[in-house]
Every structure is written in C-alpha cells, then in structure tokens.
Design a protein around this ligand. Structure first.
Ligand code: HEM
Length: 510
C-alpha cells in the first residue's frame, strides 16, 4: 500500500549512528543485508518519458553523503548535468527533484501526489501519533484550527507575544548598564522557546515559572536534536533516554497539565476541544499532538532568529538601517523610549517596516533548505511546458526551492547577504524574473500548497517583534566575528542550525 511504501520514505539519510555501529557484529550483519537489499532495489532502469535516473555507485551512502556535505553544490552539479528534473536514488528511495520554479504549480496542484501520506509517517515516527493515519476527519478538524494562527486571531497572538517579550526582557532593563556576554544559539533558544511557549500555551502561574520553562526547553532541545534520527526510522529505544524525554514532554502537555496554565491561545483551546472528541481524556496521544504543535512552532523559528541575529551582528550597516526604520516608526507613533518596556505596535505598523521584513526574508532565502514533499500514489504524467514527465507510483517528488533561492539569474550574487534585497523604492519588492518571465514563486521557505506552513505569519511577527525589542533597547556587538557554516544534518527538513556558535554581547542603551 501507499502507507507501506512510505514507511521507508523519510529514512533516506545515512544517519551518523550507522557507520559507527558497524563495530557490533549483529548490526554489521544487518547493515550488510540492508546494503544488499538496497543494491537489489537499485536495479531499476529508466522508462520512456521518465526523468533521468541517477543511482550512483553505492546506492545508500553514495548520493546521500555527497548531498549532506554540500547539498547546494551537489544539486547544482546534477542540474548542470541532467537538467531541471531528475530522479535520485537516496537510501533505497527514488526521489524526483523538481528544480524549475515554473514547474512547481504542476506538482503542487496534482491530486495524485499526496502530502498527507508523508506527514502521517512523520507524525507516527516522531511523535507516536497513530490516529491521523486512519482518521481523515481528525486530520481535517486539526487543519481547521490553523485559521486561529491567522487574520484577526493573529492580532491577539501578536499582542500576547509582545507581553511575553516584556516579561522576558523587563528584568534585564532594570539592571545596570554593563555588557552581558552570551553565546548566540542558547540565547535564541531561550528567548524563542519562552516567547513561543507562553504565546501559544499560556503562562505558568507557579512561583517556579522560570524553572518550569527552562526544564521544558532543555527536554525539548534534547528531543529536537534527535528528530532526524526518528524520521529516519531508527527505533526510539536506540536513542539513549529520548523515549523518556518524549514521554515527559507529552505528560507536560496533557489537557490536565495545560489546565494549570493561564491564557491558552485560541488555537490550543480549539485543538483541545477537537482532541477530546477523538480521544479519551487520559489518552497520551493528546499530549503528543501538542508536542507536535510545539515542535513545529519552535524548531524553525530558533535557527531563523539565530541567522537573523548573526547576519545583523556581522553587518552593522544593515543593523543601523533597521534601527533607524524602527526609531522612526516609534517616534511617529508617539512612543518615545522611556524607562522600562513600553512598545505597542499594530499589525499595520509592523508590516510597514520594509527593511526589517526584507532582512528576515533574506535570511530565510539564504538559510532555508526545506524540500516540499509529495508521495506518488499512482503512475502519473506531469504536463510541463517544455516536456511531459512520467512519475512512477511509490516514488516521491520533491520541489527543492534552495536552487531557486540561490539562482544568480533571479538573485544577483546569491551567496551574499543583502538585507534590502526584498525592497524596491522604499517598498516591499515582489517582482522577480527568470528567463524574462515574472515568477509566481520566488521565495518558498514556508512550503507550498497544502503543505504551506500555517504558522508563517506568527513566525514573522515573533521574529520581527523580538528584533524590534533588541534593536530598540540594546546595544549589540559580535565578539568572535568568524564565519559560520550551516550544519546540514536536517537537510530537506527546515532551517539548518549553525555548525558552531559565536559569542556576542549586549547592554542596555544609555
Ligand atoms: C521561521 C519559522 C518557520 C518556518 C521556516 C516554517 C516552515 C514550515 C514548513 C516548510 C512547513 C511544511 C512542512 C512540510 O512540507 O513537511 C511547516 C509546517 C507547519 N508549521 Fe511551520 N515554520 C515556521 C514557524 C512556524 C510557527 C511559529 C508555527 C506555529 C504554530 C508553525 C506551525 C506549523 C505547523 C502546524 C505545520 C504543519 C502543517 C500541517 O499540518 O500540514 N510553523 N512549517
């Protein structure tokens, strides 16, 4: 069945544990058998009408290792050799990559290509959510809650984000004006986690609020670190204490535990109403659903904030323009900076900060390595403007926007950080061209079609507000100004983390 086919789908990465574990005879044998199986599966030949087929000399490790080392470089070299569509054998799975942005719509709109089959597997492996696979009503109802992340509901979330930022930073603002030095990644982890958790799940009333949030964050990070291993199908029992960490997180997010928090967002309240219809109150899968939402809301927002800060700290000229833009808005809305924390901005005012928005879009352009996955449910022919392309049942198709994001024909000097790239005459720039034609899609870090991120507006609002607070109240400086590389272990699954960290310092502006 499609479900069985997708079972190994997400597991095409040579996980770091695999080579190391070859020391154990049992696992070595298992690995040898796996390799044999994969070699046998690599006997497929290209059929008429199908895209070029690239199997590599060693089906499991060959392509995947090259991809993980330098994904963009490797994909560009394949593009030069084979064109904009090709099928790659990765870890025993045949994956057709779609690189031409003018072909995206044909994939996104094709009913025979399923996103849900991919998601179901993911939810089962990572969060141990099983009901979604069998219950399409539950899927639909959960999806209906995403409206509470948008429109007028977003205004409420935005207000609560600012309140929560106030709680995070007010104690700092009352402190002396000396420099505090920190590593950037833990700083972003703490602030984004606290801000997001309290915005979506509410405030902890207990006196030990800080400890509760800090422990939850530490468990969350331990779990998040192992998500790609879980996606790859490695049994959770082989991942140290991750099973107990996940169980604890799920316990912290049951309806009973959430009842102790004050100010649950509408999206969580509605989610609870729905989950209570489908599960008995004590069912642990309820907490697993919440862990899924918490994970989705934090896992990409942290590295995006990290890279935004990193680029701004390394580009003081960009930081100065943003400071000016924000100061100007605060002044024109009568919000002179006084002692303590007192910023209030409407959505409209936030949206008027075009350089701030452009900076975040530019960071996402440079750093997003998400693929947009679909499962081929039955043999299908895509009718593309230049050619027809046959896809085989049981394969996967991936739209791969990083190639678009780094295309020099669309974005001049694509490897450079240009904070104002998405502005034009002081306004947001939305027209980009390829082959002389205007592009419908030129920036896709949040996915496309049915799999488009429902939290994208909240993510932008959170990052903007946090940057506004930091730039308004603090002087910020990088200490070890060294170039960082992206760590591609999550390649195809979101925004990569850095391969190491940098120190920075901040102090309250005089
Ligand atoms: C910069 C930050 C973010 C980025 C880059 C991002 C990106 C994405 C992408 C690419 C997907 C599609 C996944 C796929 O195709 O498999 C996705 C899904 C999702 N995102 Fe985000 N996201 C971000 C922040 C958020 C936030 C703040 C929330 C808040 C609730 C959120 C909630 C979700 C949810 C619930 C889904 C799953 C939707 C479904 O059921 O199909 N995301 N995100």
């Amino acid at each position: 069945t499609a479900e069985d086919m997708s079972a190994g789908m997400v597991g095409f990465w040579p996980e770091p544990w695999l080579p190391r574990s070859l020391g154990s005879p049992g696992l070595a044998l298992a690995a040898a058998l796996l390799l044999l199986l994969l070699c046998l599966s690599a006997r497929r030949t290209r059929r008429r009408g199908e895209p070029p087929l690239i199997k590599g000399w060693l089906p499991y490790f060959g392509q995947a290792l090259k991809l993980q080392k330098d994904p963009l470089g490797f994909m560009i070299s394949l593009q030069k050799q084979y064109g904009d569509i090709f099928t790659l054998l990765l870890g025993g799975k045949y994956i057709t990559f779609i690189l031409d942005p003018f072909h995206y719509t044909s994939v996104a709109k094709n009913q025979k290509l399923s996103f849900q089959i991919f998601t179901n597997k993911f939810l089962k492996r990572v969060f141990s959510i099983k009901k979604m696979i069998t219950d399409s009503d539950l899927i639909d109802e959960i999806h209906s809650t995403y409206q509470f992340l948008q429109g007028k509901h977003l205004d409420i979330l935005m207000e609560s984000t600012m309140q929560n930022l106030k709680q995070v930073f007010e104690p700092q603002l009352l402190k002396t004006t000396s420099w505090s030095t920190e590593y950037l990644l833990p700083f972003c982890n703490s602030v984004i986690f606290e801000m997001t958790f309290t915005t979506i799940y509410g405030n902890v009333l207990a006196y030990d609020k800080k400890t509760f949030i800090a422990e939850l964050k530490d468990d969350f990070l331990k779990f998040d670190e192992k998500v790609t291993h879980l996606v790859s199908g490695i049994p959770i029992e082989l991942l140290g204490n991750i099973k107990s960490v996940r169980t604890k997180l799920i316990k912290d997010l049951t309806i009973e535990s959430l009842a102790k928090l004050q100010g649950l967002s509408e999206v969580v309240q509605r989610r609870n109403d729905i989950l209570e219809k489908y599960y008995t109150p004590k069912d642990t899968e309820i907490g697993a659903h919440h862990l899924g939402l918490l994970w989705a809301s934090v896992t990409n927002t942290v590295p995006t904030m990290f890279w935004a800060m990193y680029y701004l700290l390394r580009h003081p000229e960009a930081m100065a323009v943003l400071r000016d833009e924000i100061d100007h808005l605060l002044q024109s809305t009568g919000q002179k900076k006084g002692p303590g924390f007192s910023i209030y901005l409407t959505r409209e005012q936030l949206d008027s900060l075009v350089y701030l928005e452009s900076t975040i879009l530019e960071v996402l352009r440079l750093c997003s390595f998400s693929g947009i996955f679909r499962f081929v449910q039955e043999d299908v022919t895509l009718h593309l403007e230049s050619q027809d392309c046959c896809l085989r049942k049981g394969d996967f198709v991936v739209i791969f926007p990083p190639i678009l994001h780094h295309d020099p024909e669309i974005f001049e000097a694509p490897d450079e950080f240009r904070f104002d790239r998405f502005t034009e005459n002081g306004k947001k720039k939305t027209t980009f061209f390829k082959r002389g034609k205007k592009l419908k899609y030129y920036h896709l870090p949040f996915g496309l079609g049915v799999s488009k991120c429902p939290g994208r507006f909240l993510a932008m609002v959170e990052i903007k507000q946090l940057l506004i607070v930091l730039l308004t109240y603090f002087d910020l400086e990088i200490i070890d100004n060294k170039p960082l590389e992206l760590n591609y272990s999550r390649f195809l699954f979101g925004i990569p983390y850095p391969d190491s960290d940098v120190l920075f310092r901040y102090k309250i502006k005089p």
